[in-house]
Design a protein around this ligand. Structure first.
Ligand code: 3PG
Length: 379
């Protein structure tokens, strides 16, 4: 895979695909973490006096124009962070965009419209990729968080224009590769949140390397049920029951499920809302003794302070571990940010689904596109 460092971008038109899919309320950015993470690449391109055309998706508008998912507020946030003028348009494939690009001078930045306002993006249509490619001389992918999707701005475009990786994409791959191939042991996985399926695929791929796999959050409920425990009305995934049962048998010496829980009583039973004090203590101890930790997914319903003790204990244990610690996922990173604990983490991945898919050893079309023999390009 070529790095942006290895490609001549001096005064060239560069189409930079980023993942600035950031949470917004009333067109205001609530969390600018993902924008900040691509600043290294943008600043490098500015030093090279490139004409920087920035493209991102926002949300899941599925081919319809939803004004609340405009890229314009993102361009404004970027301008503030860079202290540099940033031009913006809500158009993508449009004569206005062609005209704006024609007028760009070296060092100018233009943020184009939300790619997913066009259904061609998610369909990975070659024609859409070719049109995007026609805007620029070089394509840079710095959007690790969407590189698990075969979308036109991530995959099709690379067929038509010299393509390379930005610094954020490179750093994600370097760090996550280490978790896949060469983690220092003891190696601990802490997996919580809501979706069981994402986690079981990752467990299958990493179980042989990991020493302990600590399960929490709603994910733990299906595991608890599979171990024969009563979970009453707790959130769980019925269709994952057998998979969890199998995992518990196969990796009995590695997987740990909560030994106690914080419950909420409801009519006709209860709901599990957080891991209990004994589990907090046990999990924290294992994390503090690890040489490598990967954490994704909160331990309970941490939005409510009554049920945040499990996530808080994990956050403090991971942040307090001086060895290799990697955290991924919006809710988990969000918790660390609001509690000022990010400083203690070695690497915060910008990916959610992408990070889990990479660690599960599954295909990453955006990365494969950059690794493909560039001679196979059609133009
Ligand atoms: C994310 O937020 O994980 C990425 O931007 C990908 O978004 P998607 O799951 O809608 O493809």
């Amino acid at each position: 895979m070529k790095s942006v460092r290895d490609v001549d971008v001096k005064e060239k038109r560069v189409l930079l695909r980023v993942d600035f899919n950031v949470p917004m309320e009333d067109r205001k950015i609530v969390d600018n973490h993902r924008i900040k993470k691509s600043l290294t690449t943008i600043k490098y391109l500015l030093e090279q006096k490139a004409k920087i055309i920035i493209a991102t998706h926002v949300g899941r508008p599925e081919g319809t124009i939803i004004p609340s998912l405009s890229t314009v507020p993102i361009a404004e946030e970027l301008a503030k962070l860079l202290k540099h003028k940033v031009y913006a348009t809500d158009h993508v494939i449009h004569p206005i965009v062609v005209d704006q690009i024609d007028k760009m001078k070296p060092g100018d930045i233009l943020v184009i419209g939300n790619l997913r306002w066009h259904s061609e993006e998610e369909q990975n249509l070659e024609a859409f990729g070719r049109e995007l490619a026609s805007f620029a001389d070089v394509y840079v992918n710095d959007a690790f968080a969407v590189s698990h999707r075969a979308h036109a701005s991530v995959e099709a475009i690379t067929h038509y224009i010299p393509s390379c990786a930005g610094f954020l994409l490179e750093s994600e791959i370097t760090t996550l590769k280490l978790l896949l191939e060469n983690p220092e042991r003891p190696y601990v996985l802490v997996l919580g949140g809501a979706k069981v399926k994402d986690k079981t695929r990752l467990i299958e791929n990493l179980a042989s390397k990991a020493d302990s796999i600590l399960i929490g959050g709603a994910v733990a409920n299906t595991f608890l049920q599979a171990s024969g425990q009563d979970i009453s009305h707790s959130l769980h995934e019925k269709e994952m029951f057998e998979a969890c049962e199998e995992m518990l048998k196969k990796y009995a010496e590695k997987i740990q499920i909560p030994q106690d829980s914080v419950k909420e009583d409801i009519a006709g039973g209860f709901r599990i809302m957080d891991i209990g004090p004994k589990t907090r203590e046990e999990y924290s101890k294992i994390v503090s003794e690890a040489k490598t930790v990967f954490w994704n997914g909160n331990m309970g319903y941490s939005e409510d302070e009554k049920y945040s003790a499990g996530t808080d204990a994990m956050a403090k244990a991971v942040a307090g571990n001086p060895n290799t610690t990697v955290v991924a996922g919006g809710d988990t990173v969000g918790y660390l940010e609001t509690h000022n604990l990010t400083e203690g983490i070695n690497f915060i991945s910008t990916g959610g689904g992408a990070t889990l898919q990479y660690l599960a050893g599954e295909p990453m079309p955006g990365i494969e596109a950059l690794n493909r023999d560039q001679k196979s390009r059609q133009l």
